[in-house]
Design a binder for this molecule. Sequence first.
Ligand SMILES: *[C@@H]1O[C@H](CO)[C@@H](O)[C@H](O)[C@H]1NC(C)=O
Ligand SMILES: *[C@@H]1O[C@H](CO)[C@@H](O)[C@H](O)[C@H]1NC(C)=O
Ligand SMILES: *[C@@H]1O[C@H](CO)[C@@H](O)[C@H](O)[C@H]1NC(C)=O
Ligand SMILES: *[C@@H]1O[C@H](CO)[C@@H](O)[C@H](O)[C@H]1NC(C)=O
Ligand SMILES: *[C@@H]1O[C@H](CO)[C@@H](O)[C@H](O)[C@H]1NC(C)=O
Length: 461
Amino acid sequence: MASSLLLFLLSFLILITTSKSTPTTITIPLSAPSFTKLVVPSKDPWGALSHLASLSLSRSHHIKSPKTNFSIIKTPLFPRSYGGYSISLNFGTPPQTVKFVMDTGSSLVWFPCTSRYLCSECNFPNITKTGIPIFLPKLSSSSKLIGCKNPRCSLFFGPKIQSKCHECDSTAQNCTQTCPPYSIQYGSGSTAGLLLSETLDLPNKKTIPDFLVGCSILSTRQPEGIAGFGRSTESLPSQLGLKKFSYCLVSHAFDDTPTSSDLVLDTGSGSGDTKIAGLSYTPFQKNPSTAFGDYYYVLLRNIVIGDTHVKVPYKFLVPGSDGSGGTIVDSGTTFTFMEKPVYELVTKEFEKQMAHYTVATEIQNLTGLRPCFNISGEKSVSIPDLIFQFKGGAKMALPLSNYFSFIDSGVICLTIVSDDALGPGIGAGPAIILGNYQQRNFHVEFDLENERLGFKPQTCV
Ligand SMILES: *[C@@H]1O[C@H](CO)[C@@H](O)[C@H](O)[C@H]1NC(C)=O
Ligand SMILES: *[C@@H]1O[C@H](CO)[C@@H](O)[C@H](O)[C@H]1NC(C)=O
Ligand SMILES: *[C@@H]1O[C@H](CO)[C@@H](O)[C@H](O)[C@H]1NC(C)=O
Ligand SMILES: *[C@@H]1O[C@H](CO)[C@@H](O)[C@H](O)[C@H]1NC(C)=O
Ligand SMILES: *[C@@H]1O[C@H](CO)[C@@H](O)[C@H](O)[C@H]1NC(C)=O
């Protein structure tokens, strides 16, 4: 493991130094292991890949902070075979440890809850139905159901929910009606349950009482709970009043390697608008539609492939009045998603610049990934750079292994997906979703205080 990683790093360093003369093209000798190998279970490799691709695809659809005395909290973030990254959090009295998908694309924090928890289509590799850690409220003295009149019920459902608190109309003082059940539809899967107030124990022994958390009783296609890091009031960053949070996603091969990196939560007094040296910043954008208020939008201005600027129509780059279009940064999506017209422009440009390689049609048909090239007969292969340019001038030049991977022996594919690969169209919502596969080996900072995204290339081991 360590030695192959070292080889990879070495070859990467060699790439950086040798690519200086031709800055828009990376040329790699084939003998060096410069691509990340996508390791997929041997029984049904195409099914597994399609599954990962479809997960990426289908997703494309203040509470005041408690007075605490900490500033930086670090918690390990583990790559998982289901294509996401997970953290462990301790809830309850005494604390129970539960695992969560770290998700910047949604806001509620919820755990699989009660001994009656039902999860359908939840057989993920290395996670069996019985293996999902479940929170048991009856073993916790601090578990409280959120009542219908509780301000947090309105915060989550909106003020109109009060009209549904019928039992509380006249006898508001001792009303026992609970806040109605929540039901959340994710791009892939769903979850439903009741809102709880619980104690959250953070890694530095700080205790957050009265944290709003979902006790899910019914889910579909969820490998574990979800820790929502989105922009709504119920998200973990909002409830803790975080100034910023940051991560650096380790590269992995869709196995459950015990390698992790830190998820850093900063609740400090804030650093004002001081920028961290070495980071490129781009401001978060507002979406005109409140329906997409969970998401971290950024303004992607240009996609550059080799030395060609791909001419992406404006309506895909900037959200329209109905909220459609625009680019979000999502740790819960695996492969970057691009709406069909954008995807066509990007794949055509790669096909054009790599026209001298043999297209692996069969692999394309099997995986839904495109373009794929059979490079097994080549001595060396040139792949154009892929650069995302954001508002404010920030440029994200993706490491080669973040956008081309060996899918089969001798066959490499572009690891960006669109809705033609699998499943029905997505419709409204962001046109581009920057997934975690493309964020690997970047330090990524969500600067909430200053409403901006910061990033820089970094090896995340
Ligand atoms: C808060 O932290 C400071 C410095 O770390 C310490 O001196 C102080 O005693 C702490 N206060 C509380 C209430 O824990
Ligand atoms: C509220 O409390 C009063 C007196 O304790 C009781 O008579 C009444 O039934 C209670 N109402 C509800 C809705 O529990
Ligand atoms: C399951 O986890 C083990 C390590 O805990 C790992 O070696 C193995 O590759 C994982 N299996 C899959 C399918 O990811
Ligand atoms: C791939 O799919 C296309 C369209 O469905 C078909 O025309 C072509 O023959 C397929 N190629 C291979 C090698 O399976
Ligand atoms: C790639 O090309 C080689 C010949 O150069 C061939 O033997 C191999 O089967 C091809 N692989 C795929 C997946 O088509």
